[in-house]
Design a protein around this ligand. Structure first.
Ligand code: ADP
Length: 556
């Protein structure tokens, strides 16, 4: 029955726990693991960084174009009208706009006016650049003028007045990048339309324009996360060729992870971006590892919490079970002596017992049962006082030997009636102790009573009182059923009764030893048990001769 009770109890306990805590927790963990796995499989972290990078690059291109348009607009609006263009007007324009290397204007009526920055023409590379461009433009304009005007007029209507192409100009062994922008110049008086053009100075682009753009794009375009830790770095390179035209100051080599081919003002070059000191893949891996670690930690915490809750609830359930056992045991224990007392008292009252010896026997039984009753009630009252924190002790100088001797004397008859061999060893040299007499007597009786209750065939009881190491020891030894090692601490807890079948067949409340421990501790002493199952138990109460705490009555 007990087993059944426990089983029902356990399933009653685990079911809500499983439903309310374990199930959601396990689902949460499982969903998180699946989510992380899908992030891993879809390379979602890398994709997010890539999206971010693409955004940075298109912002970069927009900025470059906007800045270039500003520079170009400044020259275009000051450009002489067709027919007014001559070396002087174009030279003046070039002089006031140092980022332009060449300027030209063509219309079929007036032909081509082409000017290069005069001072730089001393440089043979620049001279070659100038001649090449002039030749190329001269031939191209003659051939393509009509088509170009038509194309650019359409573009102009869309709000983009420029048509740019890349021009790679000689610089020693190498070639430098230059962008040439064409635009239409309308004659305000007549209907003539000329094609104007400006070539950006290759050195200006390389040394000033590109580095500035590369530096500013990241400041404005990057997200906070990148800017902080894994700073991104930018590179500008010719399309299809890896060498840099410009790069962020902390560019650490390697290949850009995301690239964007530029159009509009700077065709032929590519803007690339990568993470400094790491890769998107490494970052994704790092994210996965740290996420799994965090999840693992959380799962551990969660399991720990569930385990603690489970243990706590189990304890409460166990206590509830012990309490309910206690109530049924106690009511049973109260009823037995009461019915005995009533039975013998009624028999006596009816005057049917004439034999004097029998009458005495009945009176003795009534006295003994009422003593048992009051001992039990005292235990319960003490226990409830202790639980409520109201137990008070009355400490008095006491001859402890007399106290033990008298207590045992009142119990001797009962001991011997149970068929016990009883030994009493009380030393002579015992000092007087300050104790609560009633409480100590009750402790001793509890121990003796237990020895009687939990002994089977070998009925032996010895109570010793002696002095040892600055304390007085009260020892109760039996040859009874003993207490298994695993339960030797628990038997001092309230309501606890050992699992031995004999214990369950014996009446008891599980309060006695917890009371003894409380009493002993109130005397600054201690109680311990040495026991071997099947061989017997030795309970030893140690009372200090000079307790460390100040004496007097004390609340428990
Ligand atoms: P009760 O005797 O009313 O059950 P106690 O608190 O006095 O409660 O004892 C707690 C438990 O300790 C007992 O149920 C029993 O299992 C065990 N116990 C106590 N004294 C002895 C003893 N002398 N020998 C064997 N077991 C004992």
């Amino acid at each position: 029955m007990n087993w059944k009770w426990k089983r029902n109890d356990r399933s009653r306990l685990t079911l809500p726990l499983e439903l309310a805590i374990i199930l959601p927790a396990a689902t949460l963990i499982l969903v998180s693991v699946l989510h992380l796995r899908s992030i891993h499989q879809d390379r979602a972290v890398e994709a997010a960084i890539e999206r971010d990078f693409n955004q940075v690059l298109s912002i970069g291109e927009k900025r470059m174009n906007l800045e270039a348009y500003e520079l170009l607009d400044d020259i275009r609006l000051r450009f002489p009208a067709p027919g007014e263009a001559c070396s002087v007007t174009l030279d003046t324009l070039l002089a006031s706009h140092p980022y332009a290397a060449h300027a030209f204007l063509y219309d079929p009526k007036h032909g081509m006016v082409f000017r290069s920055r005069p001072l730089r023409l001393r440089d043979p590379d620049f001279r070659e650049e100038s001649m090449d461009l002039q030749k190329m433009m001269g031939e191209w304009m003659k051939l393509e003028y009509e088509g170009l005007v038509e194309k650019m007029s359409k573009q102009e209507k869309k709000g983009i007045p420029y048509l740019a192409f890349a021009n790679w100009v000689p610089r020693g062994e190498k070639r430098a990048y230059q962008s040439v922008a064409l635009f239409l110049k309308h004659d305000p008086s007549g209907g003539d339309t000329a094609i104007g053009g400006i070539a950006f100075d290759a050195e200006y682009l390389r040394e000033t324009f590109f580095p500035e753009v590369v530096d500013t794009v990241l400041v404005h375009g990057s997200t906070e996360a990148q800017a902080e830790k894994n700073q991104a770095v930018l590179i500008l390179h010719p399309r299809g060729e890896p060498y840099p035209l410009a790069a962020s100051a902390d560019w650490d080599g390697g290949v850009p992870e995301v690239e964007h081919n530029l159009e509009a003002v700077f065709p032929g070059i590519t803007l690339g971006i990568k993470l400094r000191g790491t890769t998107m893949e490494a970052l994704g891996r790092h994210f996965m590892i740290s996420s799994f670690l965090v999840l693992g930690g959380l799962s551990l915490l969660l399991s720990g919490g569930i385990w603690l809750t489970f243990r706590n609830v189990s304890r409460q359930m166990e206590l509830a079970r012990l309490k309910s056992d206690f109530v049924s045991n106690v009511s049973h224990e109260l009823r037995t002596p009461l019915s005995l007392i009533r039975l013998y008292a009624e028999t006596l009252e009816m005057g049917r017992v004439n034999d004097e010896e029998k009458r005495e026997e009945y009176f003795r039984i009534i006295r003994k049962e009422s003593e048992r009753l009051s001992a039990m009630i005292n235990n319960i009252l003490d226990f409830s006082r202790i639980e409520a924190g109201r137990k008070e002790y009355d400490f008095r100088e006491t001859n402890i030997a007399d106290l033990v001797r008298n207590t045992l004397e009142s119990y001797r008859y009962q001991i011997e009636q149970h068929g016990f061999t009883f030994e009493e060893e009380i030393a002579d040299d015992l000092p007087r102790l300050r104790v609560d007499r009633e409480a100590i007597a009750r402790s001793l009786l509890n121990l003796v009573n237990n020895a009687l209750k939990y002994s089977a065939d070998d009925k032996f009881l010895r109570v010793s009182l002696y002095r040892e190491n600055g304390s007085v020891k009260l020892e109760v030894l039996d040859h009874g059923i003993g207490v298994p090692r695993g339960e030797q601490r628990k038997i001092f807890e309230k309501f606890y009764r050992a699992g031995d079948p004999m214990v369950h067949n014996t009446k008891g409340s599980g309060l006695g030893l917890s009371l003894v421990r409380h009493i002993v501790e109130a005397h600054q002493g201690e109680i311990r048990v040495d026991s071997v199952p099947g061989q017997g138990s030795r309970f030893v109460i140690t009372l200090p001769i000079h307790p460390p705490a100040p004496d007097g009555a004390q609340a428990a």
